[in-house]
Design a binder for this molecule. Structure first.
Ligand code: BGC
Length: 409
């Protein structure tokens, strides 16, 4: 169940024929903590803004719950990008490999082909080198099936976990989230781990690698169609957002020039206790029973990996209180994962309400929503394409300034 906003802070009073009013009143009391008034939402928004600023600060970012990670993506597409790319997408229970073509003339990113490989749960919790060997094997099989083994294509690697990005192709995993807990990867450069796994096989190679968070891919894939798109947001298995920020505000990076995309990692909002007053007992239970208690509090309150469990814990309690199923719990109801998030998506239709609430909270902002079509696949290719365009442009600039100085001689 998603927390609902309501203008007066009350949910509608429920009336159902044949059900005693005191039962309905009890049901209401269970649901009330999930309803946030506009006033409370405004307070939460102010707290988030404070956390975002703390994450950008030169010294304060070390203690920030919202990490505001620099991505080294300094430009959005300008429409002149082109070429063939590979994209890898790791972030959920499946992992994808894509061959993507960026067509300059039509300003289009076309998926040539793609493949999905499952990641068995024991691999999500096992040694990191096994995971990267599996990824390299899936990529190898895909290249073979596409007759691309001999080609050295640039690769966009969407890795949807918090990373300290040192450069576009150097990215240190801070921590796993969303059910992953592979050993030997936290604190390591994931691009290096991927390259090593590819070299262990030795039967193919890839060109330059650009490491991308899925939010960045989402922003970039929409940015190709609409160049004013400067925010990427994901509410899926996990949640996160990124946006283009003026470098002068990113105090943790030594440069005042231009702009850079910041991966907020807002899933960590609340890790310092700032959401304690709106966490329900069910949120607390979901956190306690997760594989990483105390971490990614906001993500656990709103995203797909956890919403089913929040509702299941609520249903169990209501059943034990005699309000549901004649007081009889069942094996399914008592099993973790027994109530899937997809049922909530069917009940709650996620987008009109979201847009209306954003309008109320930020009336001065005119936000247009674009649905990203395969952001974490095509977008990763787009980040690689933009990086190549910038390199091309800077080479041209160097050449022409060389010619200028020759002229002066
Ligand atoms: C990760 C983010 C990611 C988000 C959405 C979170 O758990 O920390 O990096 O963007 O999930 O996939």
């Amino acid at each position: 169940m998603q927390r609902q906003s309501s203008m007066d802070g009350n949910i509608c009073t429920i009336h159902v024929d044949g059900i005693p009013q005191d039962t309905l009143t009890k049901v209401e009391s269970y649901l009330k903590p999930f309803v946030l008034s506009l006033d409370v939402l405004q307070q939460v928004s102010t707290r988030l803004e404070r956390e975002l600023k703390r994450g950008l600060g030169k010294h304060s970012h070390h203690r920030a719950a919202v990490q505001m990670l620099p991505t080294f993506v300094t430009a959005t597409p300008d429409g002149t990008e082109k070429g063939d790319f590979l994209a890898l997408d790791l972030g959920g229970t499946n992992f994808r490999v894509l061959h993507v073509r960026v067509l300059e003339e039509e300003q289009k990113v076309v998926k040539m082909d793609g493949e999905i490989c499952a990641i068995p749960q024991e691999m999500m919790l096992g040694p990191g080198d096994k995971l990267f060997d599996h990824i390299a094997a899936c990529l190898g099989d895909f290249l073979k099936s596409q007759n691309l083994q001999g080609k050295i294509l640039p690769l966009g690697f969407t890795f949807s976990f918090p990373c300290h990005q040192k450069e576009i192709d150097k990215s240190i995993l801070i921590r796993w989230t969303k059910g992953f807990q592979c050993s030997g990867v936290e604190g390591q450069d994931v691009v290096k781990l991927l390259r090593e796994a590819i070299h262990r096989r030795g039967d193919y190679d890839v060109g330059s690698i650009a490491m991308v968070n899925d939010t960045v891919g989402t922003m970039m894939s929409c940015g190709y169609k609409d160049q004013s798109c400067e925010i990427g947001m994901i509410i899926g298995t996990g949640t996160n957002a990124c946006y283009m920020e003026e470098m002068k505000n990113v105090k943790r990076v030594e440069s005042n020039l231009g702009r850079m995309c910041i991966n907020t990692e807002w899933g960590g909002f609340g890790d310092s206790g700032s959401l304690a007053d709106i966490q329900t007992e069910f949120d607390v239970l979901v956190d306690k029973t997760s594989i990483n208690p105390g971490v990614h509090t906001f993500e656990k309150m709103i995203s797909g990996m956890y919403m089913g469990e929040i509702v299941r814990f609520l249903l169990v309690k209501m059943t034990k209180d005699g309000l549901l199923f004649k007081g009889q719990t069942s094996e399914v109801l008592l099993s973790p994962g027994g109530f899937e998030t997809k049922y909530i998506s069917e009940i709650e239709d996620f987008s009109a309400e979201l847009q209306a609430t954003v309008r109320r909270l930020a009336p001065e902002c005119d936000v247009t929503y674009l649905l990203s079509e395969d952001g974490s696949g095509k977008g990763a290719a787009m980040v690689t394409a933009v990086a190549q365009r910038l390199a091309r442009q800077s080479r041209l600039l160097e050449d022409s300034s060389g010619e200028d100085s020759d002229d002066q001689d």
